[in-house]
Write a protein that binds this ligand. Structure first.
Ligand SMILES: CC(C)(COP(=O)(O)OP(=O)(O)OC[C@H]1O[C@@H](n2cnc3c(N)ncnc32)[C@H](O)[C@@H]1OP(=O)(O)O)[C@@H](O)C(=O)NCCC(=O)NCCS
Length: 193
């Protein structure tokens, strides 16, 4: 079988790399957090098999196709998981992808999610040449919205009964970051003509 072509991203403080077998315990532990279960599509209750599926199936298959890019996030020189990031390319619109993230409870409030999300945005818009990145969150997820807005995502509105979570549909906030917004991102070249 073809090996996944994974991509590692680095920032000032962080390394984002594809999930591997040794991350399963940390993903399992992190996803016991009530906030992650409340605001994301992870199963609830979250079992060890769910972390195994995340690493061995979802992320491995996602990297094999390149269509679901999932990263585990670490501080430089550490193997302690501080969060995850994801970039899912859209079928039917190859220029567009949806982003997602969570932070390990103990590592919140340090700006790590913003820093990692900026690297993913650069990867999507610059390296992959995507046109539009979309962020969605269930209405009321102020933390995720704060992250998205700090990265530069522009709020677009609320979609009613839109985002499915374990069989239930929630109203969702939507924001986007376009390639043409890139000059708003720090450390990026000004790509305007
Ligand atoms: C939302 C979440 C990812 C934020 O992670 P984090 O690592 O704490 O975020 P950062 O440290 O990068 O914070 C970035 C900014 O968001 C703000 N922020 C974080 N959580 C917040 C909250 N609950 N309410 C309001 N603002 C919040 C921070 O204050 C910070 O702004 P500042 O630099 O001006 O202080 C984290 O709380 C989490 O994992 N939540 C559960 C899972 C989730 O909601 N995932 C997203 C699904 S769409």
């Amino acid at each position: 079988m073809e090996e996944p072509r994974t991509v590692t991203l680095t920032t000032d403080r962080l390394v984002l790399r594809a999930p591997q077998e040794s991350d399963i315990d940390a993903v399992f532990a992190a996803c016991q957090d009530a906030e992650i279960q409340r605001w994301t599509v992870v199963p609830s209750p979250y079992r060890r098999e769910d972390a195994e599926y995340f690493v061995r199936d979802l992320a491995a298959h996602g990297w094999r196709t390149g269509e679901n890019r999932i990263w585990c996030v670490f501080e430089h020189g550490s193997d302690v998981l501080v969060g995850t990031q994801g970039l899912v390319l859209r079928h039917g619109d190859p220029g567009s992808a949806e982003v997602g993230w969570w932070a390990t409870k103990e590592f919140r409030g340090r700006g790590y999610t913003v820093e990692a999300a900026r690297a993913v945005a650069r990867h999507g818009l610059v390296e992959l040449g995507l046109r539009r990145l979309e962020w969605q969150a269930y209405v009321g997820n102020e933390g995720s919205r704060a992250v998205a807005e700090k990265v530069g995502y522009r709020f677009e509105g609320t979609l009613r009964s839109y985002a499915e979570q374990r069989g239930a549909f929630h109203d969702a906030w939507v924001a986007s970051l376009l390639a043409s917004d890139l000059p708003d991102l720090p450390d990026l070249p000004d790509l305007r003509p």
